[in-house]
Design a protein around this ligand. Structure first.
Ligand SMILES: Nc1nc2c(ncn2[C@@H]2O[C@H](COP(=O)(O)OP(=O)(O)O)[C@@H](O)[C@H]2O)c(=O)[nH]1
Ligand SMILES: [Mg+2]
Length: 351
């Protein structure tokens, strides 16, 4: 990585210098305020120093190792799934076989299909004519009610986590627009995603269009101040985050600390359904350490298999808050109603 140091009078100016010099893909590694000149620390001039870098693609090896570990993990998981499968496969009632096959085709994991088959077998009077309805009742109950963002008497702080590219920034814009334009609520945006300059610009564009304020924060103290500033002015504070940790003092883990101290009220983990199931598992395992409260499912328009809806529900048992199904802001979002999720998953089931 090419790394350079920039000095300016304030953060904005200095970041501007970085952008002009290194472009929008530049990465902010560290920011620091210091006092220049003066006497014994008095009368000095406050300056800002930014350490920025430009990535040269050399992290492919790292990715390969991770992928290998991931593959091994999944092989073990598959082996243990097969053990479960063999036990129960022989006694699946005839009427449930089409359902079993369909769910397999949707990539619902074997152990969860078995659980469903076992539960459904216990239903009285189950036959071909009522199979669909009984499955609908069973699955909708499992999926539970949506758990969207709600405003209250005081300003709520909501953070959005998830791997790079799942749609965090876009979804925040959709939610912000919904509350601001449709419900007339006051919304403030904070971004902690200062890793790439382009990421800040993306959210700034949305904040300009929706006409709501945005604060860009570079460390934990700035984050606390931004929340404090917004608290008296807005109903809702939505916080954008980077997709991964980086070698900076300001890390994602800090948001978890803030959640524990009740500075953050709620955390939504965002996962895109067009990810490979194994990558998805890997992502959830990483982000689950940060204690998300709810799950947002994105890119439902970019897949044709929806089994991960069940896989995630069974494995993590967190409420779903929203689903997104396109790039258009603000319309391509809905609350995660169980009947909508059911339709995505079971829409092509015709037995
Ligand atoms: N097809 C589709 N694309 C989406 C959806 N949500 C976001 N995107 C696109 O995914 C890309 C990455 O989104 P972004 O919000 O920058 O992701 P972030 O890195 O998690 O902040 C952008 O091109 C978005 O327009 C969705 O529900 N469906
Ligand atoms: Mg983003």
């Amino acid at each position: 990585m090419k790394v350079k140091k920039y000095i300016g009078d304030n953060i904005q100016d200095t970041i501007f210098k970085v952008k002009v010099d290194l472009g929008s893909d530049a990465i902010i590694l560290e920011t620091r305020k210091f006092t220049k000149g003066g006497f014994l620390g008095f009368f000095g001039e406050e300056k800002v120093e930014v350490l920025a870098g430009l990535e040269e693609n050399d992290d492919s090896k790292d990715k390969e190792t991770k992928q290998e570990i991931n593959n091994l993990k999944n092989m073990i998981q598959d082996l243990s799934n097969n053990v479960n499968e063999n036990v129960s496969n022989s006694n699946v009632p005839e009427v449930l076989r089409p359902l079993q096959d369909y769910l397999k085709g949707q990539n619902v994991k074997e152990q969860y299909i078995n659980k469903l088959i076992k539960d459904m077998s216990k239903r009285k009077d189950l036959d071909k004519s009522n199979l669909k309805l009984k499955t609908k009742n069973y699955l909708e109950k499992k999926l539970g009610n949506p758990a969207p963002v709600q405003t209250g008497n005081s300003a709520k702080v909501i953070t959005f986590l998830g791997p790079t590219g799942v749609g965090k920034t876009t979804t925040i814009a959709k939610i912000a627009a919904g509350f601001s334009i449709n419900e007339g609520k006051k919304v403030g945006l904070i971004t902690t995603d200062t890793y790439r300059i382009a990421a800040v610009q993306q959210l700034r564009t949305y904040s300009d269009i929706i006409n709501i304020p945005l604060k860009v924060v570079y460390d934990g103290d700035e984050f606390k101040n931004a929340v404090e500033d917004f608290k008296s002015e807005v109903d809702l504070i939505l916080v954008d985050t980077p997709g991964r940790n980086w070698k900076n003092k300001w890390e994602l883990g800090q948001l978890n600390e803030f959640a524990k101290k009740s500075i953050v009220d709620e955390t939504h983990l965002m996962l895109s359904l067009n990810m490979d199931s194994r990558d998805l598992d890997f992502a959830v395992e990483n982000f689950n350490r940060l204690g998300p409260d709810k799950i947002i499912l994105t890119k439902l328009d970019e897949t044709s298999t929806y089994g991960d809806i069940i896989n995630l529900k069974e494995k993590y048992d967190k409420p779903f808050s929203y689903i997104t199904f396109g790039q258009d802001v603000p319309e391509d979002i809905d609350q995660a109603h169980p009947e909508i999720l059911y339709n995505y998953l079971m829409g092509d089931f015709n037995e």
